[in-house]
Ligand binder design. Sequence first.
Ligand code: 5AD
Ligand code: SF4
Length: 514
Amino acid sequence: MNEKQRMQSQQVQAEKPADKKSEKDYSKYFQAVYVPPSLKDAKKRGKEEVKYEKDFAIPEEFRGMGEGKRFYIRTYGCQMNEHDTEVMAGIFMALGYEACESVQEADVILLNTCAIRENAENKVFGELGHLKPLKLEKPDLLIGVCGCMSQEESVVNRILAKHHFVDMIFGTHNIHRLPQILNEAYMSKEMVIEVWSKEGDVIENLPKVRKGQTKAWVNIMYGCDKFCTYCIVPYTRGKERSRRPEEIIQEVRHLASQGYKEITLLGQNVNAYGKDFTDLDYRLGDLMDEIRKIDIPRVRFTTSHPRDFDDHLIEVLAKGGNLVDHIHLPVQSGSTDILKIMARKYTREHYLELVRKIKAAIPNVSLTTDIIVGYPNETEEQFEETISLYKEVGFDAAYTFIYSPREGTPAAKMKDNVPLEIKKDRLQRLNAIVNEFSAQKMKEYAGKVVEVLVEGESKNNPEVLAGYTTKNKLVNFKAPKSVIGQVVKVKITETRTWSLNGEWVEEAAAVKVD
Ligand code: 5AD
Ligand code: SF4
């Protein structure tokens, strides 16, 4: 299907119902004209080659569309969404809009949503409830829902039935069409729904307004083909598509020349980078090996999948330099049986062996992870295997979650005999260990000098500055504001469970011991 056909099948403008129409009429009306997004279609992985579109440009007729208007984007979820927001902000600015700091000031509000767990979705529906009075007060206000939730048929139907003050719904593959979608929303005063279930092409040169001037995200690939049985991402983000190395390297060089101090290479499954190239044998290790030569102080990547984490990558990371000594390596569970049901395609032993190799190559490495507890039918013994794996690896930190069924995924169909109370108890027990390990790791910093990339004022106290070490430890300290955006040395005077306090050290006296 080409772009035009896809648009015809997916973009629908339906007349807004007269005020007095009931919700039922409204929803019936939409069911008749509307082609919903389909998770089933989103699951398909075709053999067709990824097309690269090099020259994104704002069409002539839309230039100046935003003159005198303000936009506000609320972002939920992962770094990929944060970065998509930067792209959408870039498109808004290119259209002549100005950014604003609150929904009250805005002429267009977008909710860039996350579908990973049910509570992420609940937050968005809660926010829609809050926005309704604003829309009633300001009928010209445009409200849009985009991001991962828009890719779900059930979400789109719920918005149609219950939140018909929403003006636009568009999907993760339709971001570059924001000018056209806004134009439709203005011109026809109709609700615009444009969600392509199948992934789009890789589009380069999209404008971006980055959130900070110190750290920057750089997409290296889109989508995920892993289909872990709990996860909605392969459906909402489409198949794996890697950006060409030369485009990535050019972007990183450009960021370095603009004075950025840290970049994070982004992908749902960065270890699959390059697998989709048909003309090139080039993987994440090769990319990191080139990026390491670029003059930028810190380079990270996220998120890794243990299955494709190869020896060459470890070898390259061991070269150090600007490649940081921190790896986020989601394990999800310490039980081989659960990992099998999750379709993670590695065993506990394989994961531990990978950790052993990484530690041998990078002795001082900091490892963090993601863990899901309470998977369908997880036994106490299987949960304890997760605890024992946590201890064995000695993670610095972890994001921990209770399993949340996602409609359309295989796990959502599994019968589950684990009561919620047990799941909550397991989460608490795991978190106690996570906190204990974090506090312990932090204690090792007492009296030491660390290098901190200063991000700005501390959230809790404007008198204090905050920044992160290469291992991603939050450090608070007092220093002149002029050091914001710089890498400085700080002597640690107090350690806490999740942060370090310290004193700024004048350059000459400092020796890095982190
Ligand atoms: N339920 C709970 N946690 C989930 N994650 C992904 N899908 C689910 C789900 N259905 C977690 C995984 C992943 C992180 C980003 O979110 O741990 O690594
Ligand atoms: Fe989801 Fe698994 Fe892909 Fe990560 S690797 S995005 S958990 S399917």
